[in-house]
Design a protein around this ligand. Sequence first.
Ligand code: PLP
Length: 355
Amino acid sequence: MVKADAYGHGDITVAAHCRKMGVKHFAVSNINEAERLREHGISGDILILGYTPPGYAKALSENDIIQALPSLDYAEELSLAADAAGVRVRCHIKLDTGMSRIGFDAYDTKKCVSEAAAAAALSSLSVEGIFTHLCVADSADEGDREFTLSQRERILSVRDGLREKGIDLKTVHFLNSAGGTYYSDGESALARFGIMLYGLAPDPATPLYVDIRPVMEVKSAVAMVKVLPAGRYISYGRTVKTESERVIATIPIGYADGYPRLLSNKGYVLINGKKAPIVGRVCMDQTMVDVTGIDGVREGSVATVMGTDGGLSVTADDIAAWAGTISYEIVCGISARVPRVVIENGEIADVWRLI
Ligand SMILES: *Cc1c(COP(=O)(O)O)cnc(C)c1O
């Protein structure tokens, strides 16, 4: 899963590295992401999970991109557009087995099988696979486990129904990170690993049975250190007034970099191996932290916004908990303004400046 710029990590770097390790299948959310991979020479299968306007049939075909089919109506439109352009488009049928997002409704197996068969018979589409998405596979709750198994049953019933009609789709897939981790399942030909590829757990509350480490670190540096007497205010809105003398460092990272404004007066960064709590509101480009009692903080000191420093670490899950969200949103949200520095074997291998 290299959608959303590989969850904020850099799609080209991640996809090229995965190719080297033998990965042959990639998935993205839209045609821009898919074309970008091809423009940078990424080979292998690329599946678009989301909607592509049928007018892009030619671009899909020319770039050898596989398109998800979320409904029979869409499949018919795409086939017509492909026919008009004189091309064939590779496709996977998307089933809705319980998330109610996109896909052929798989609650009625019979109807679903006949619609999927109709899509598979369209002249300008090559339907090669069928997939669905699990929505509670990260939960240990008994009801959620049953629901996940019911989703699995629904896709396998549709697959079997298609087989009975002589349509044998070779690529059946339904496992995301949580599904692949908590439900070992040989019926899924592929596992669409996203968050775990980046070293993060689908749900930090559900223990993992494998050892993974976060790939992303976010580093900044102190821009200025000042000593404030008691009675001074910090940042927009004057939400903080110093009650005693405080040493305050300003870090040039803010919500325009994807550091959530919801962290205002919550959480901390690490400087010289110590916690420096965020004081006042996170601004667009800068954030103030309290470094009182931390030795040796000066302009240029490294501020670890996410990652480890000494024996301490700040994880995407920590930041997500402070901001009331999930790690996915934190890593995806690190904006294009933040250069991506690729580290291989402890050395800088590449730097991507997106802006
Ligand atoms: C994002 C996505 C995934 C990956 O989910 P993770 O929880 O990150 O592993 C898999 N399948 C689909 C359809 C997705 O949209």
